[in-house]
Design a protein around this ligand. Structure first.
Ligand code: VG1
Ligand code: CO
Length: 576
């Protein structure tokens, strides 16, 4: 059927600047008249929309259905020749990245605010990914932002909503629409990467002493998890929980860390589960957590790199290089050095890994924010990381007939070879922008004046002594396209190799969020009782010093962080 194209007059909205990973705002903001339409038209104005093929889908959060229909109407009016849409408008972020690559599309529009809560009073998000499957680089997002500042009209076709519940091909005005199963291609991809039969036989052999529990936190991964754990690996239905996706994530915060994934933490502790895992709203984050065993994301990516040979994809294709985001601990650097691999430190945000992967210089990378992944796609990939751990554990146990090797055994072995990086992140959410800016200005001033250099700081409670050896504002020059990204966070370094990083979040939807990252390294020959102590204990002194030096409490007016993402203080008895 043919539908008329309408040109609708509009006015620019302020602040439609994509952040670390797309435009994220409250649903109510997106629901304002023309707001979503303006941003979507600006995307199509920034790419070659005419004749393009666009992947469309998201984590199914509240407002997704409306947004899909808006994008279809505007896309069609702007000459998109084909949309590939997940059934009911659903794709996890990694699955969408795979579809873009597999079907060689122009790009994709992902509807998600990731781990931010959903529902009418919470967050929505729109993100554009380019043809390599990764989040649009800064030159593209800047173009989109510029267009939003001057937009005066957008185009739509005047068509009724399209039914997204039937798999198959249809048309929408002049545009072809292909609705596909959201899970199938992703499952095929994982089966090409991992040794599923090895994992399956390991799990069968250890049915009683190696229990698995995956928690979808009511995010998008539920159906993917069922396909992997229940249908492919043959685990019982009880090995997955909260795997029915809900538009408001059941009222929870779909963020896999020890604070928000308490449903997993409680079930693991209570059920004596050796291997637990969770992922976030859109499925790109992960947490690995077994009974008494928490893997920090910084350690997780390093252990995966250490054991890469156990994974068929890397055994066959080799490991080209390793990378981490700047605040992520340096554990993975040590693996790269030992293996003689190239390694990179990029700013926060997955978009910075894409060029390195496309150039064939990067295979495995991660972020401290529970993001782990590889060059199989161009997004971080929660379920990939979970299956990677299972594959590694299955391989390790194949060589250990008499003793079950669990998560902690792998970590202890890692620390004995590479040493241990204690790591934690403190988040101060929704603080005043003035306070956050003053904190940054104070660090800038110390940077210019050099006033902190070589100063000595003693922790009152642990008596640990820390001497500041440097302070800089991280800047990155992309080795491939030579683009420069400035102001990526202030780093204070200490003479013992410890680091503290302060940066402002680029994903918050309201006010400012300040993140403080702390890292303290202990060499493998450090006393065992120090190496094996909890992260909270290992970092106590450094955190005190970091708070004092930055005057954080003074500037932000907060005594405590909103969230501590890498270890829990709620249960100090846990050795994590
Ligand atoms: C946060 C994390 C960052 C991550 C980003 C997107 O950004 O710190 O590491 O890449 O979220 O994650 P920020 O700017 O708020 O610190 V998610 O799962 O969107 O997809
Ligand atoms: Co996410």
């Amino acid at each position: 059927m043919s539908y008329p194209v309408k040109e609708i007059q509009t006015k620019p909205y302020e602040g439609q600047k994509p952040g670390t990973s797309g435009l994220r705002k409250r649903v109510k903001i997106f629901q304002q008249e023309h707001y979503t339409e303006n941003f979507v038209q600006s995307i199509f104005d920034s790419i070659d929309a005419k004749g393009s093929t666009i992947v469309l889908g998201g984590d199914g959060r509240y407002f997704s259905q409306d947004a899909v229909q808006i994008i279809l109407r505007i896309g069609s009016a702007n000459g998109v020749s084909k949309f590939i849409i997940g059934k009911d408008g659903i794709f996890s972020t990694p699955a969408a990245s795979n579809i873009i690559r597999k079907y060689k599309t122009t790009g994709g529009i992902l509807l998600t605010a990731s781990h931010n809560p959903g529902g009418p009073n919470n967050d929505f998000g729109i993100k554009y990914n380019v043809s390599n499957g990764g989040p649009a680089p800064e030159n593209v997002t800047n173009t989109i932002f510029e267009k939003t500042k001057t937009i005066s009209s957008y185009r739509v076709i005047d068509a009724p909503p399209l039914d997204l519940s039937k798999i198959g091909e249809t048309t929408f005005g002049p545009t072809k629409v292909v609705i596909i199963d959201s899970v199938t291609d992703y499952l095929i991809l994982l089966k090409e990467i991992f040794d599923f039969s090895l994992i399956k036989s390991f799990l069968q052999q250890h049915k009683t002493d190696f229990k698995v529990l995956f928690d979808g936190l009511h995010g998008v991964t539920g159906p993917y998890a069922r396909a992997i754990f229940v249908e492919t690996l043959g685990l019982a239905e009880s090995s997955i929980q909260n795997c029915v996706p809900l538009p408001d994530f059941g009222g929870g915060h779909p963020d896999p860390n020890l604070t928000y994934a308490h449903s997993l933490v409680e079930a693991v502790e209570k059920g004596n589960i050796q291997f637990g895992a969770a992922s976030d709203g859109d499925g790109d984050r992960n947490m690995i957590y077994g009974k008494g065993a928490f893997v920090t994301p910084s350690d997780s990516v390093a252990v995966i790199a250490q054991w890469a040979d156990a994974i068929p994809y890397f055994k066959k294709g080799g490991v080209k290089g390793l990378a981490r985001s700047m605040p992520t601990s340096k554990a993975i650097d040590l693996v790269a050095q030992k293996k003689g691999l190239e390694y990179f430190e990029v700013p926060t945000g997955w978009k910075f890994f894409g060029n390195l992967m496309d150039a064939g210089r990067l295979s495995i990378c991660g972020e401290e924010s529970f993001g782990t992944g590889s060059d199989h796609i161009r997004e971080k990939d929660g379920l990939w990381a979970v299956v990677a751990w299972l594959n590694i554990l299955a391989a390790a146990n194949a060589n250990s007939p008499n003793k079950l090797i669990g998560i902690n055994d792998l970590l202890k072995e890692f620390y004995s070879i590479y040493g241990r990086s204690f790591f934690s992140r403190y988040d101060y959410e929704e603080v005043s922008s003035e306070g956050a800016n003053s904190l940054v200005a104070n660090l800038d001033q110390a940077l210019t004046s050099g006033s902190l250099n070589n100063t000595e700081h003693v922790s009152a409670s642990t008596s640990n002594k820390f001497v500041i050896s440097g302070l800089y504002n991280f800047e990155y020059k992309d080795p491939i396209d030579h683009s420069v990204s400035k102001n990526q966070g202030h780093v204070i370094t200490f003479s013992d190799g410890s680091r503290v990083v302060f940066r402002l979040s680029g994903t918050g939807s309201q006010g400012a969020t300040v993140r403080m990252y702390v890292e303290r390294y202990l060499a493998p020959n450090a006393p065992a009782e120090e190496l094996n102590r909890s992260a909270a204990e290992g970092l106590k002194g450094l955190i005190e010093v970091a708070l004092e030096v930055s005057k954080l409490k003074h500037y932000l007016g907060r005594d405590e962080p909103t969230v501590i993402t890498s270890y829990t203080v709620a249960n100090p008895g846990m050795q994590i």
